[in-house]
Write a protein that binds this ligand. Structure first.
Ligand SMILES: [Ca+2]
Length: 168
């Protein structure tokens, strides 16, 4: 009887550890879980883009803009604002480019984190029209999801799309 009891005890704790392990994995994965997976718009074999308006948005406003890709842009409202998404990437090297409109030089900066890279403060090359910000290099170690986060730096920046270009 005692042996049986200890066996049953072991079985129960195994189940408990199993449940704990599942919880831990779920928590670790929650960095990407639940984020929007925007549609991939392929331009060439090595280039595609995603619309920022299809990201998971926190304290951000979607606006219509005629010459924007998809006819829409996202404006982050304040320093709590962010636009986040998970993009499925094949293993390899990429240049990530955010296209945005900054109305003025005091209203054009944002922060970008692409995958495991450091967060970078970026702004489009000129004001008043939708233009690319400088490329950020990204290495995807294995086929799988890559998290993209754009954070508020300055007001009224109109974020249009994020382009991925495969590079050697
Ligand atoms: Ca757009």
């Amino acid at each position: 009887m005692e042996k049986k009891n200890s066996c049953a005890g072991a079985g129960f704790s195994t189940i408990l550890w199993g449940v704990l392990a599942i919880l831990v994995v779920a928590l670790m994965g929650s960095g990407c879980a639940g984020l929007m997976k925007p549609r991939i718009h392929r331009v060439t074999e090595d280039v595609f883009f995603v619309e920022v308006e299809e990201f998971t948005l926190t304290n951000a406003k979607v606006q219509e803009l005629d010459n924007a890709s998809g006819g829409k842009v996202v404006v982050l409202q304040d320093d709590t604002s962010r636009a986040e998404a998970t993009v499925q990437l094949s293993k390899g090297n990429y240049q990530v480019t955010v296209y945005a409109l900054g109305p003025s030089s005091e209203e054009d900066a944002f922060y970008l984190t692409a995958g495991e890279q450091w967060e970078e403060r970026l702004w489009p090359t000129w004001t008043g029209e939708i233009l690319p910000a400088p490329d950020v290099s990204l290495t995807q170690q294995a086929d799988g999801p890559c998290k993209i986060v754009i954070r508020f730096a300055e007001p009224n920046v109109q974020l249009d799309r994020v382009e991925f270009k495969r590079v050697p």
